[in-house]
Write a protein that binds this ligand. Structure first.
Ligand code: SME
Length: 160
């Protein structure tokens, strides 16, 4: 299957998964699970959100990860502070890369912009060098846009 078709299929999966469910944590948790299941050669998929001071770990799939990342640190911090996708073929060549899982060799990080405001990032790691090409970036960006439109309609969970 060509990559365009493949990402369209995942987009359909995501629509079905998110339809009618507006709990923020549930939506993020299932999005990370869907991407982890459907993407080949990935060892970590998850979210970091800004608490106003730094990035804080959100729902994810993969090995336990660092909880807090300064805005000026790592691939995630750069994606967030520059509001710019970071597609890294070899994380070991990225100055300041934060190694959570020693198996990661490539990484792609997308800013999450909801209603014009950057809230955090989606981070995807791979053990395969140069795992993400331009077509992956385009396909994943489409999924991120889809998710961000959904997040605009989500409510924060209430704790009783
Ligand atoms: N590698 C990231 C840190 C997060 S983990 O990969 C889950 C970074 O450099 O920002």
């Amino acid at each position: 299957m060509d990559k365009k078709k493949y990402y369209l299929e995942i987009s359909d999966n995501l629509s079905a998964l998110l339809a009618g469910e507006f709990d923020l944590i549930a939506s993020l948790a299932n999005t990370s699970a869907l991407l982890y299941e459907r993407l080949e050669g990935v060892n970590w998929v998850g979210f970091y959100f800004s608490d106003g001071q730094e990035l804080v770990l959100g729902p994810f799939q993969g090995k336990v990860a660092c909880v807090r990342i300064a805005f000026d640190k790592g691939v995630c911090g750069k994606a967030f502070s520059h509001n710019q996708v970071q597609r890294i073929a070899d994380v070991h060549a990225f100055p300041g890369h934060i190694a959570c899982d020693g198996a990661s060799n490539a990484e792609i990080v997308f800013p999450l912009v909801v209603n014009g405001r950057i809230l955090g990032v989606l981070d995807i790691d791979s053990p395969n060098f140069d795992r993400f090409d331009q077509e992956d970036e385009n396909g994943l960006q489409h999924l991120v846009n889809q998710l961000c439109q959904h997040l605009a309609m989500c409510s924060m969970p209430k704790f009783y």
